[in-house]
Write a protein that binds this ligand. Sequence first.
Ligand code: F6R
Length: 613
Amino acid sequence: MCGIVGYIGDGSARGIILDGLKKLEYRGYDSAGIALHAGDKIEVRKKQGRISNLEEFIANDPVDSTLGVGHTRWATHGAPSDINSHPHCNGDSTIAVVHNGIVENYVELREWLIKEHGVKFLSETDTEVIAQLIGVCYRGDLLDAVYEAVEKMRGAYAIGVIAAGEPDKIVAVRKSSPLIVGLGQGCNFIASDIPALLRHVKDIYLIENNETVVLTRDQVTIYDKERKEVKRDVFHVTWSAEAAEKEGYPHFMLKEIHEQPGGIEETLTRRLSPEGMIKLDGISLTRKELERFNRIYIVACGTAYHAGLVGKYAIEKFARLPVEVDVASEFRYRDPLVDEKTLFIAISQSGETLDTLEALRDAKSKGARILSVVNVVGSSVARESDDVFYTWAGPEIAVASTKAYTTQLICMYLIALHMGLERGALPMEEYKRILQELLALPDKLRKLLETEPDIREIAWELFLYNKNDVFFIGRGNDAGVAYEGSLKLKEISYINSFAIAAGELKHGTIALIEPGTPVIALATQDALYEKMLSNIQEVKARGAYVVGLAKEGNQEIGKRGNANRVVYIPRCPDEITPVLAVVPLQLLAYYIAKFRDCDIDKPKNLAKSVTVE
Ligand code: F6R
């Protein structure tokens, strides 16, 4: 949460930082600010609201420089307001700090600063504590002061710091929250994520935990915790700047929904040998290793967790191994049974979600083998895992995850098929058949996307219906997809939606179904189709308005007395329908949110990368 950008060079720091912040707005967007080194002073401009507010504000009170730091905020300590916006400064505004993360002992530090140093605080934030602390530690050398301050701070954070007395330097620290350094010609950058820098540089350093960086115009020096210099290989980014642009689509979310066939193709082909076998390129999942594991945990948050639910079905079905799926924030605190016989699979688009990362660290410390499914190359989850399966979805900018989810599903299928074959639980013929079916998915998905106008029409009907509660029901694999469809709808349209395994409905929740209640009924599983028709009848009997989802050819769902509207998906084996089934639900959520005039790419209260617990 929150995005930070810093620049030192000969160009306009203001323009470069504001542009970078716009690319990071997905990380938080309730306020923004910038601190620029001007003459022998630091000038701060900050404003509640979007970066466009800040731009307007600066235009009325202009300032520029060739050195500065900026921030886009997702509030943790203190409500969104001009005062609580970053950057924060020390008492005489000679130090400015931007910060992503949380300082856990900030109350203690705040009291100490007030009592021992007479510091007066202006905001309610933990970040101001950092600025004041560095200010108190500053005796003419910013790096010394930052080291001294960091010693006293507990928590997970990334910070960027400038000092009025040092016009040639940015100091940045990473402790758990993401931080990268962009390497330019006569200029250097810091940022929370790659898209902020793509327009300027492709060569970056990935900063590791507990490292401190000093940037001047011509040099970048990385130090470890003990202040020993560290050598780092340059990481070359292959994404183009355009990949992080809307390219004519009204929203990133719609663009990313349409990018799914390509993302799936890329994720599949990168993992297939010319002989049509899954290649693991060094990932240790051989028969011998698999024999070692007596337990698999899949751990993730939100949409990635929903991908884990489908992954469990696939691994249990193809590899006949028991799997538990858990949300990361719960897993960590329930003392799970983890040891060296455990395979821990983390799923994360950003690779920076703190709950997932901490669960991973916990499992690792207990001896588990860590395999992660990650989209952002070089992210923390990727770096701290023993093995990584990348989802080649490209940058996902919309806060609501779409293409990351479908590519996560593809990875889970590949992992499950490979495990099944290695364990002898899946015959080669079946392995090849499912792989062929996976390879056919991109074209089927392209065909399915042609039904977008029909889904838009259904969305319009539901919008006119103007109901505040929507239910999603499904069985087996469809239950997992129902959770995802429901999450998409609520997060971008702010309609209360609830997903439940269809068979469970009658055990309580059916009490909420009234005449006109919208129910999205997923019936894509041939093996459970008849059962779903009965569940649809149950809600219809109570007056529900049903939108059904079924495979082409399964027409009964649309016959009298069943669903009011039906979306058909191309035929494919039950195990892999989620990749197709989720897409109409993504589009439905998208259009309902659009008709409700919601801010689709940046829903309220959310951020793309959740780096707080
Ligand atoms: C919902 C969404 C979130 C994320 C969750 C985990 O559309 O995007 O629920 O899936 O915050 O994020 P990652 O995958 O980055 O760990």
